[in-house]
Design a protein around this ligand. Structure first.
Ligand code: SRM
Ligand code: SF4
Length: 589
């Protein structure tokens, strides 16, 4: 084997101790049913009671309230205005125009924000759905072949796939694998169908195993999977537990290099938590894909830490038992031996905007959607790409009405109008331009920037992200122009807390919320997304962020080697140390 994986003497395979409370609630949940049905009928509160509050996550929903009005309601002695955020399951991000028409209407009629929010994991979210409308929401999704099973909770989440339009046969096959993996790893309980779609409960016999892969207590923590086609690491594989890197010969998919143990979240002040890149386990031929996927999941199911949820993800299991032991266990469980990894290279990330011709004679249009927020922006005073009134949602609706192909959501919160008949190209382009979905003035810097949702809906946000980014990018554009870098860009990402949903831990400049208006500043990922950045300054306010970016970009302009990227420059210039092995290098002590 060419892989140099970590070996640990006498590894601790099972962490002993008092199990986290989530383990109890999963065990007592009757395979994710809990008492959600009873809670739904309780109209005294808009929320869900303790265990159901967690369990609805495995059905793709989070209970939230609008944090902008929380204090005011408290003053008036009112319960927070509880509602749910829904996250759909959309393997590979593909959604048909009929499905789009249905979700567009639901967003108008039943969500308090009226938006469709594209996420960093190739799907969409509704925000602000009130309890009486939740069942209708699932039935509406079901009527067009959509669901939200396992998009949250301790299960395998939405499976990502490189979202390039159909440029080669490989994309179609890769997408089919993403769908197959998603189905294979999905919870088998029929709780979703019973609770939301009113289907009858079919009793299982005692020796029938309800969850052969996930187990009766499901996974120790969330689990994320991708299928990616080099050279574009557009799904940021190192944020994920399990990755299948497509390897082809003569344009045909022959198998995958398998990378395990990526993840980005951490907790401020807890050095036992850190972002980590995935380890390369080696190559498998494609017929072994599902067996290997199940073996990685079941190994993590059995060896993952069920005592401390902060150390429960696959990345920590690998560092505890050693990647070598984990891989050997996967081989034994799958009955497959990894062979040497096949050569491949990632040269870039992100999306390429505008039109591209497919091999099938069709055209594909990638639209830049700032922060993934599809909404008719009514006010003329927005910062960023949506300044001036932009009817993005109406534009998408009008395109959906005439488009004969489908839409593909990208892992960078953007959207591809895919499979456009050449005869429809002009009409679609006109609709996109008329509604602000194509804006030639959007800079490279804005296209390289991303933020998580944060305020007002995210209960965990410590600082603004989505509402901060557009104005921040306005200022960064001015700074770059002043420093002679007008057409250059830096991968800039903001997350409202260290959970890292905007993937700041794979950014050249990553801003991580610390408190209102305060960010920890990390520097030094690379263009391919294969390096975690390192802490540069703590608790920087918004003015300080601009001063730092001004000084750093001025040095970059003056001192860089040829076309050296910003993230490479800050390491070569000694501004931050390189993080080679996270568990050793990410924290200083
Ligand atoms: Fe996330 C929790 C939003 C991608 C790591 N994430 C949340 C919640 C649900 C807050 C909560 O638990 O109550 C956020 C809801 C905000 C809202 O109002 O919508 C939230 N995460 C998002 C989205 C919508 C961000 C976005 O702007 O697009 C992304 C939805 C993805 C999807 O469609 O499934 C999103 N979250 C990510 C990513 C990026 C990725 O996967 O590529 C990460 C980092 C990668 C990783 O997992 O390491 C991420 N989210 C987390 C974590 C930390 C998990 C951990 O390992 O500790 C949490 C908190 C938790 O699970 O306890 C979290
Ligand atoms: Fe919320 Fe934090 Fe995720 Fe941002 S990074 S969406 S603030 S959990």
């Amino acid at each position: 084997m060419s892989n140099d994986l970590t070996k640990i003497e006498n590894p601790v395979l099972i962490v002993e101790g008092k199990q986290a409370d989530n383990e109890r609630l999963k065990a007592e949940s009757d395979f994710l049913r809990g008492t959600i049905v009873e809670d739904l009928q309780d109209r005294m509160t808009g929320g869900f009671t303790a265990d159901n509050f967690q369990l609805i996550r495995t059905h793709g929903m989070y209970q939230q309230d609008d944090r902008d009005i929380r204090a005011e309601r408290q003053k008036q002695k009112l319960e927070p205005l509880h509602n749910v955020m829904l996250r759909a399951r959309l393997p590979g991000g593909i959604i048909s125009t009929d499905q789009w028409l249905a979700i567009d209407k639901f967003a108008d009629d039943y969500t308090s924000y009226g938006s469709i929010r594209l996420t960093t994991r190739q799907t969409f979210q509704f925000h602000g759905v009130l309890k009486p409308n939740i069942k209708l929401m699932h039935q509406t999704l079901n009527s067009v072949g959509l669901d939200s099973i396992a998009t949250a909770g301790d299960v395998n989440r939405n499976v990502l796939c490189t979202s390039n339009p159909v440029e080669s046969e490989l994309h179609q096959e890769a997408y089919e694998w993403a769908t197959k993996i998603s189905e294979h790893l999905l919870p088998k309980t029929r709780a979703y169908a019973e609770i939301w779609l009113d289907e009858e409960r079919v009793e299982t016999t005692e020796d029938e195993e309800v969850e052969p892969i996930l187990g009766s207590n499901y996974l120790p923590r969330k689990f994320k999977t991708t299928v990616v086609i080099p050279p574009n690491n557009d799904i940021d594989l190192h944020a994920n537990d399990l990755n299948f890197v497509a390897i082809s010969e003569g344009g045909k998919l022959i198998g995958f290099n398998v990378l395990v143990g990526g993840g980005l979240a951490m907790t401020h002040g807890d050095n036992a938590t850190y972002p980590r890149c995935a380890d390369d386990f080696g190559f498998i031929s494609k017929e072994h894909t599902l067996a290997v996927a199940a073996a990685v999941v079941t190994t993590q199911r059995d060896w993952g830490n069920r005592v401390n949820r902060k150390n429960a993800k696959t990345k920590y299991t690998l560092d505890r038992v050693g990647a070598d032991a984990f891989r050997a266990e996967v081989e034994a469980r799958a009955g497959v031996e990894f062979s040497d990894s096949r050569p491949y290279e990632f040269t870039h990330r992100g999306d390429s905007f505008g039109w591209v011709a497919g091999i099938d004679g069709k055209e594909h249009l990638t639209l830049f959607i700032e922060n993934g927020r599809i909404l008719d922006f009514e006010k003329a005073d927005f910062d960023g790409a949506n300044s001036g009134s932009k009817a993005l949602k109406t534009g998408m609706l009008e395109i959906a009405k005439i488009h004969q192909g489908d839409f593909r959501l990208t892992a960078n919160q953007n959207l591809i109008v895919a499979g456009v008949e050449p005869k429809d190209k002009d009409a679609i382009e006109k609709l996109a331009r008329d509604h602000g979905l194509i804006n030639d003035g959007v800079s490279n810097q804005r296209k390289s920037s991303m933020a998580c949702v944060a305020f007002p809906t995210c209960p965990l946000a410590m600082a603004e992200a989505e509402r901060y980014l557009p104005g921040l990018v306005d200022d960064v554009e001015t700074i770059l122009a002043k420093n002679g870098l007008k057409d250059e860009s830096i991968i800039l990402r903001v997350t409202g807390c260290p959970n890292g949903c905007g993937r700041a831990m794979l950014a050249e400049i990553g801003l991580v919320g610390k408190g209102p208006g305060k960010y920890n500043m990390y520097l030094g990922s690379d263009l391919a997304g294969s390096r975690v950045p390192k802490l540069y300054k703590e608790n920087v306010d918004e003015a300080g962020v601009l001063t730092e970016i001004d000084q750093l970009s001025a040095r970059w302009a003056a001192e860089r080697n040829n076309a050296e990227a910003f993230g490479d420059f800050v390491i070569r210039a000694g501004i931050v140390d390189e993080v080679k092995i996270s568990v050793r290098d990410f924290h200083d002590d």
